[in-house]
Every structure is written in C-alpha cells, then in structure tokens.
Write a protein that binds this ligand. Structure first.
Ligand SMILES: O=C(O)CCC(=O)C(=O)O
Ligand SMILES: [Fe+2]
Length: 320
C-alpha cells in the first residue's frame, strides 16, 4: 500500500486516472450495495403493518416462518431438470401454455435480450410431469404451501388496511396460481437471466438457492442492488395488480447470470381471473409491465379483466 501511494505521488496523472475510473465505477449501476429486505414473520398475526410498509417502500420483503421446505423444494427442482431426458422435455414442451417445460430462449421479458435459462411451469391442476419423477410430490407440496403463504400475506395486508384486496381471490385464484422453476446457466457474454421487469400479478414468492445475496437485483432509483434475505426466507414481491389495488410499489427487478448455475422456484399469485384491472395513475401506466406492451406491437384495446390481460401478456413475452 505504501509503495503504491509513493508511486501515485510520483505520478499524479496516473493517480487522476485511477480516481476517475473508481468514481465512474461507484456511479455505475454495477456498484450498488446489497438491498437487505425487511424480514417479516408471517406466522405472527400482527405482521400486516410491517408487510404493507415493506410493499409500499421498496416493494418487497423477506418472509420467514412461511411453511415451505426450501431445501427439499430446490433439490426436487434440480432433480427435475437433471434427470429428465431432452426428448422427454421436448415432448412435454409447454408450447406457450403454462404447464410443462419452457426451453431455453422460449421467452424474454424485453425485446433484444436473450435469457439463458430453462424452465418448468406447473400449478394445482393440469400438470405435465415427466412420468417416473419422484420430485413431483415435493414440488406439488411446495406449490400448495406457497399458495397458503400467499393467501396469508394477502389476509395480513387486508387486516392492516389494504381493504381493496378483500375480494381479490375468493374465486379461481388458487387454480390460477402458477409455479415456474428456473434453471439459470452460469454467466455467458450476451445473455441475461431474466430481463428487467415488474411482476404482473398480486404477489410473487421466490424460493432460490441464493436469497442471501445473489443474482436477483432490484432497481433502486436507477442503481441495481442485489436483494438479500435471511437464508431459507422467501423473497416476496408486490406485483402490478397489488400496486394498482393497494397503493404499493411493484419493484422493477432482473436476474443476472452469476459465476455459478442458479435454481429458483418463482410462485405467482394472481387475483381471480374475472377481477377488473383497477384504474392506473400516469406513472403506473409508464412503469408497470402489466400495462406496457412487451412485444413489437400490441392491439390498442387491452382486455379489462386480469385473466384476459395476462393471457395476452404471455403471448407478448413468448419468443419462440
Ligand atoms: O428467478 C428469480 O429469482 C426471479 C425471476 C423473475 O423475476 C420472474 O420470473 O418474474
Ligand atoms: Fe419477476
């Protein structure tokens, strides 16, 4: 260090270059400090206010005591991708539906970005499991427990004052809830993990092997910061519908590719499909992915119920 200081003293031009490079790096989006999400224990009946505060602040929280077996779920997810043969994955291709395998490159949230991951989508019914997989029971149990956790979060938010969510989910919300497993590849030039976006639904719960600080990043006023949560927590994002119905944020986020492969199970909880899209402010119209066109062009008239709108959103992000 002393030797370096002496060299820099003798070479002020070099010192100036180093200072400028460091200032640029600090100002650049790569240098944000991690964003520690507030831990919220959803087994407590008084946690609604903390949840709503987190959703109205950064738009996300770290759920603890949530009833999901994180390690077993991730191990089953890994086994599903590793033990299923390529031919079986092709046979069970989701082909634009939300049941089955999503091949690498099948979708991208932003035009011009390529996402290096494969996926598998499933829900409460209509699933297309590769026969003979023992991962199935573990994953179906995870989906049921995630549905329970999401309903608990909504009930806590309603009790804390988000009363417009009261009637969101008494119809087909449980059947519409969607789990998507993602196997992200390690970093490769020219690819990303998940394009920057906001989530369309009411609530997203992320189970991942790196929630303590990894590849999921939130946009904090123009700076990308790695989300961090206690190990085994679920990362809960308020989605666009929650932003519209309960005045929360809906965080702009992305997944970058890291030095290691990554596995996540991303659970989407939606309102009942017949729920009308609530009115949006000008700023929500500009920022929420649900209200943006994510394809080269979209019809001017957009569906006005949630189920019909996201059916058209899936077509917008399909790239195959
Ligand atoms: O894999 C993840 O951690 C999150 C992916 C994501 O943001 C999404 O699928 O909406
Ligand atoms: Fe997302």
């Amino acid at each position: 260090m002393a030797r370096l200081s002496r060299q820099l003293c003798n070479n002020p031009a070099l010192a100036a270059v180093i200072i400028n490079v460091m200032a640029a790096a600090i100002a650049s989006e790569e240098c944000g400090t991690p964003l520690a999400l507030s831990p919220v224990d959803i087994s407590r009946t008084d946690s609604g206010h903390a949840l709503l505060a987190a959703f109205r602040g950064v738009g996300a929280a770290a759920l603890v005591d949530h009833g999901v077996d994180v390690d077993a779920t991730l191990a089953a997810g890994r086994a599903l991708f590793e033990k299923t043969r390529a031919a079986t994955k092709r046979r069970l291709d989701a082909k634009g539906s939300q049941r089955g395998f999503l091949p690498r490159g099948a979708e991208a949230g932003a035009l011009g970005l390529r996402e290096a991951k494969e996926g598998f989508a499933f829900g409460a019914t209509g699933n297309r499991w590769p026969w003979r997989t023992s991962a199935r029971v573990v994953l179906e149990t995870a989906h049921a427990n995630l549905t329970r956790a999401a309903r608990r979060v909504v009930a806590l938010a309603v009790a804390a004052g988000a009363t417009r969510l009261e009637d969101c989910c008494a119809g087909d919300a449980t059947e519409e809830a969607l789990s998507r497993l993602f196997a992200y590849e390690a970093y490769e030039e020219g690819f990303t993990g998940s394009s920057p976006h906001t989530d369309w639904g009411l609530l997203t719960l992320v189970v991942a092997d790196d929630v303590a600080g990894g590849s999921l990043e939130f946009d904090d006023h123009g700076v990308w910061r790695k989300a961090s949560a206690p190990k085994n927590a679920l990362i809960a994002n308020a989605g666009d519908f929650m932003a519209l119905a309960a005045d929360t944020a809906s965080p702009f986020h992305r997944v970058v590719l890291g030095p290691e492969k990554r596995l996540s199970l991303v659970f989407f909880f939606y309102p009942d499909s017949k729920t009308p899209i609530p009115p949006a402010t000008e700023s929500q119209r500009r920022t929420l992915s649900l209200l943006q066109c994510q394809a080269e062009s979209c019809p001017a008239a957009r569906p006005d119920t949630f189920g019909a709108l996201i059916a058209s959103k899936w077509r917008e992000v399909s790239r195959s």
